[in-house]
Design a binder for this molecule. Structure first.
Ligand code: NAD
Length: 372
């Protein structure tokens, strides 16, 4: 339903840091196409503060169900702790609303398949927030790589080396299997390896190690992986919250050029660097470097893609198979780290213990060095 003002009606669920800092600016930037009509939070203080910031006309609710019944939104933006994402996404889909949910979309492949079933029953779509796919630098790099302009992809590095302290992990839902789903593999590095998969296409096989070296968490605080892609390219992935010099980085070496992006929490065109191989003519290089419009990676950029897809009557990018693919990569990384053997795409299905939970049923604390 589109309101009498011609705009789609949106609601936010959760009014904490990312909704205030990412989703609200995105809704404001697209105010000509979407109108925020409702907000939900179980914390009345946060809800009041958010509504004071968001402006008049945003109705407040303490439960998602009550909000869905009363406000009947077209689009629900979810920014609650990860363990709530599945049930809130399914509830919104059942009410006929599209969903744009924070990462991780849910905690396991089993949960994802429940969301997919709710999508199929309702005809609405659930998209996961991976804002780094949607900046203009990433859009251009993907077009060049997937279009073969840079030659065959051969070697890639994907680095999330961030730093989080004990205060960060004192928030009860963080670092626990039941509430965050895992450590930096699920919560932090997922942005960068989602971008890697988006740039390089289908992954085929993962080998991995993980450890809990510093924090008082159940899950890992560092993980590393080796990946083979369907096109033959090999990649390394690092997901760390132990790294004083914080960097987010993806580098892809193709036969004719290296393309790399180095940033922290968001990229712009200038963060993308193209280095040609010696045999490449200057005219080709000039074309790669023609940046065009500079759209920073952000919730604003992603919301624009979602609204465009809706208007065009097509599934939004970052939903369906694409969303599942990144979650399956996380499950494969954990399975490889826990079992010490390579995991192939497609092998984790119902009946596999890593289908139901990223810890594969152990649910225990990583024992420092080595495996749980
Ligand atoms: N895309 C990004 O770059 C990015 C960055 C930070 C966080 N995140 C993700 O956003 C999510 C939230 O993180 P945050 O840092 O904003 O957390 P936060 O704790 O600041 O906010 C969560 C909010 O949800 C509310 N809440 C809890 N239970 C609720 C319920 N049942 N119904 C409604 N509201 C409820 C809390 O009261 C709180 O206000 C997480 O999934 C996190 O991984 C994404």
């Amino acid at each position: 339903m589109i309101s009498s003002s011609g705009r789609r009606r949106a609601a936010v669920v959760g009014t904490g840091a990312i909704v205030g800092g990412g989703h609200l600016p995105a809704l404001r930037a697209h105010a000509d196409r979407v109108e925020l009509v409702a907000a939900v939070d179980v914390d009345p203080g946060r809800l009041d503060a958010f509504r004071a910031e968001a402006g008049e006309g945003v109705a407040g609710f303490s439960s998602t169900e009550a909000m869905l019944d009363a406000a009947r939104p077209d689009l629900v933006l979810i920014g609650t702790p990860p363990s709530l994402h599945r049930e809130q996404t399914v509830a919104a889909l059942k009410a006929g609303a599209w969903v744009l949910c924070e990462k991780p979309l849910c905690l396991s492949l089993a949960e994802y398949d429940e969301i997919a079933a709710a999508e199929a029953a309702s005809g609405a779509c659930a998209t996961v927030v991976f804002q780094h796919r949607y900046g203009s630098g990433a859009v251009r790099a993907r077009k060049l790589i997937r279009g073969g302009e840079l030659g065959a992809p051969l070697v890639a590095h994907c680095q999330t080396t961030w730093h989080r302290d004990a205060g960060y992990y004192s928030v009860p839902w963080r670092g626990r299997w039941a509430t965050e789903g895992g450590g930096p593999t699920m919560g932090h590095g997922i942005h960068q390896y989602d971008l890697l998969l988006h740039l390089l296409g289908e992954w085929e096989e993962v080998q991995a190690m993980a450890a809990r070296l510093v924090h008082d968490t159940e899950s890992e605080d560092v993980s590393t992986a080796l990946v083979r892609f369907g096109n033959g390219a090999l990649a390394t992935v690092v997901n760390s919250v132990l790294s004083p010099h914080e960097v987010s980085r993806v580098r892809v070496d193709c036969a004719d050029a290296t393309v790399e992006v180095t940033h922290l929490y968001g990229h712009v065109n200038d963060d993308w660097v193209y280095t040609p191989a010696p045999h490449v003519a200057e005219e080709r290089v000039a074309a790669w470097r023609e940046a065009g419009e500079d759209v920073p990676s952000s919730h604003t950029a992603q919301l624009g893609f979602v609204l465009d897809a809706w208007d065009a009557g097509v599934r939004p990018p970052g939903s369906g198979r694409e969303a599942r693919n990144t979650l399956e990569f996380a499950a494969a990384l954990y399975k490889a780290a826990f079992t010490g053997r390579a995991v192939r795409a497609g092998e984790i299905g119902p009946g596999d213990s890593f289908y139901a939970a990223m810890h594969g049923g152990s649910g225990t604390t990583w024992t420092g060095k080595g495996r749980a």
